[in-house]
Design a protein. Structure first.
Length: 582
């Protein structure tokens, strides 16, 4: 059971009943799903509002440091034009600033050439290869950047820069470094089950800091929402998925308008919004009803009907293969309808066994009678052939002997068909290949002596015919083979040949083909009588077969081809005699 195993269970009564019960409970399920959906959306809205507040609260610490950093850079940038940047006093200003603001690790002034003119340390350092320097040269404006490995401290820092103008011309920029610190980006009062993950970024969408570290920060960003597209708005929240595929709720708040922003997120747990309460509660009732219905479908229907129907089906299959059945004692636990079906089935089985026994007896008697008929017909035809043979020996002229031999051959062909019908194990059917092999083979071997060098070839495919077709087919093949032996000739430079073939060209079509070579005649002309009787017989037999006769002839060969249908048993009731012969 390759393709129908699963269908057996899908088509079962229990499955269908469960499907109908599921359809009946479908409206309740829709109501539960609708309520769940509304509840989930309300929970998401509350989660968005809470996350916005928590994100703003978590970013408050970072906001204070960044605002103070930008305020310091602006103040220091305003002082630089009035100072000699090459004097120690310039560097002392920056050292004093860092000493008073321990949250910052570095401060200094970088000139147009990228050289650190004065600062807390490393005066004279060349920043001309750094990205901050190139970005400030291209666009002198306050900016914030993340440097994973600062050239001076070698640590991860946020660089806050402000341009310096002297006499209205851009003369360099002041930069301060704010070390990346994860602890000031974590809320102490955040929910334990859903801690807020905070990431800060600038207006270009470049990440400045991240709670939890910068190693896998890209995986925690919203998928399909570039950070640069989230700037320019006051506050916003949305549902999304991180780049590593986790559903989360995101909230964006500005730290410095048009400068620095913070994005916070926490897992979007739609199925659990509070301890001890799940959002699938509205689904419990319809699911429980559905499971209960399935239990009823199994225990009630299976116990009361399906189990007994399967037992009855097994008994029927056993009866179909073994023709044996045993009546069970009446089980009053069975429903009345099933008891009546079981009783009717056993009565029917008894009737079938009795009728089959009678039919087998009748078929046996008819088969014996039919075999006896074929046997008697074969004996009578052989007797006629023997009488004709006696006439052959007494004939005085070669023409008479040849004519009588033709009659004898035709009678023996019919006798051979009836012998095959008598000997076959399939009553009423004849293997045409075996029939032609036994008749035509002998005819060709006896037709011309070995000294002529005649080459014969016989090809027969297994084709099963009914007697009404087997008789005219064998006679047609015998006539056509006899004509082929009469007129076979030796071609120039080759050996004479006769080919006989029977092929099945379609499921309901067969083809008989007899071909002989042409050339110097092998049979003396005085032994060949051209009365045309053989050709007329061939046409009559082909018509009786219901086939199409085709004759092909050229200088080298002569062929007789008959395409005929293989009749079904009901259609094989053609007239067995030849009613018309020209």
């Amino acid at each position: 059971m390759k393709g129908g195993g699963w269908r057996r269970y899908v088509d079962g009564l229990g499955v269908r009943l469960a499907a109908l019960l599921s359809i009946a409970l479908f409206p309740i399920g829709l109501i539960a799903v609708s309520l769940t959906h509304q509840f989930s959306n309300a929970a998401d809205d509350r989660a968005k509002s809470n996350l916005l507040a928590l994100t703003a609260q978590a970013a408050a610490g970072e906001e204070g440091f960044i605002r103070s950093g930008f305020g310091a850079t602006n103040a220091l940038a305003a002082v630089i034009p009035s100072m000699d940047t090459d004097s120690p006093a310039c560097s002392q200003i920056f050292r004093d600033f860092v000493a008073q603001s321990p949250a910052f690790s570095f401060a200094g002034f970088v000139g147009l050439d990228g050289i650190l003119k004065c600062g807390t340390s490393s005066v004279g350092y060349d920043f001309s290869e750094g990205e901050v320097y190139h970005d400030m040269i291209e666009n002198p404006a306050p900016r914030s950047d993340l440097t994973l490995s600062a050239p001076i401290s070698g640590t991860s820092v946020i660089v806050l820069s402000s341009p310096v103008s002297i006499d209205g011309a851009f003369a360099g920029y002041v930069a301060v470094s704010l070390p990346h610190n994860e602890s000031r980006m974590v809320l102490d009062n955040a929910p334990v089950d859903r801690p807020v993950e905070l990431i800060t970024f600038n207006r270009e969408g470049e990440i400045l800091s991240a709670a939890g570290g910068l190693d896998d920060v890209r995986d925690r960003l919203p998928k399909g929402r570039p950070l640069a597209n989230l700037t320019g708005q006051y506050r916003m929240s949305f549902l999304g998925t991180t780049n590593d595929g986790e559903p989360r709720i995101f909230a964006v708040v500005p730290i410095l308008r048009n400068q620095v922003y913070a994005i916070g997120s926490w897992p979007r747990e739609r199925l659990s919004v509070a301890p001890g309460f799940t959002m699938t509660t509205p689904m419990i009732f319809p699911i429980a009803m559905w499971l209960t219905s399935l239990g009823v479908a199994y225990f009630a229907v299976h116990r009361l009907a399906i189990k007994h129907i399967r037992h009855l089906s097994r008994d029927m299959r056993d009866f179909a293969t073994t023709r044996r059945h045993a009546r069970r004692s009446k089980d009053m636990a069975l429903p009345r309808e099933l008891r009546e079906i079981d009783e009717a089935w056993h009565d029917l089985a008894d009737t079938v066994i009795r009728d089959e026994a009678e039919l087998e007896d009748n078929i046996h008697d008819k088969s014996v009678l039919l075999k006896e008929v074929h046997h008697r017909v074969k004996n009578n035809l052989q007797l006629i052939a023997s009488i004709v043979n006696m006439k052959v020996r007494k004939a005085r002229t070669p023409e008479a002997r040849f004519a009588l031999k033709e009659v004898q051959g035709r009678v023996m062909s019919i006798a051979t068909v009836h012998r095959s019908l008598y000997e076959t194990t399939t009553e009423g059917r004849v293997r045409a290949d075996e029939l032609l092999g036994s008749t035509i083979g002998k005819l060709i071997r006896a037709g011309v002596g070995h000294e002529t060098g005649l080459k014969s070839a016989e090809t027969y495919e297994p084709v099963v015919l009914y007697p009404d077709q087997a008789v005219p087919l064998s006679l047609l093949a015998a006539e056509a083979s006899t004509n082929a032996l009469k007129y076979v000739g030796r071609p120039t430079g080759g050996a004479p040949y006769v080919h006989v073939s029977l092929t099945q060209i379609a499921p309901d079509m067969a083809r008989l083909a007899i071909e002989n070579s042409k050339g110097v005649a092998l049979v003396p002309p005085e032994q060949v009588s051209g009365t045309g009787l053989g050709s007329n017989l061939i046409k009559a037999f082909a018509q009786q077969l219901g086939g199409k006769l085709t004759v092909e002839e050229d200088d080298l060969h002569y062929s007789v081809i008959v395409d005929f249908p293989i009749a079904d048993f009901d259609d094989a009731e053609t007239d067995s005699g030849i009613s018309e012969m020209e």
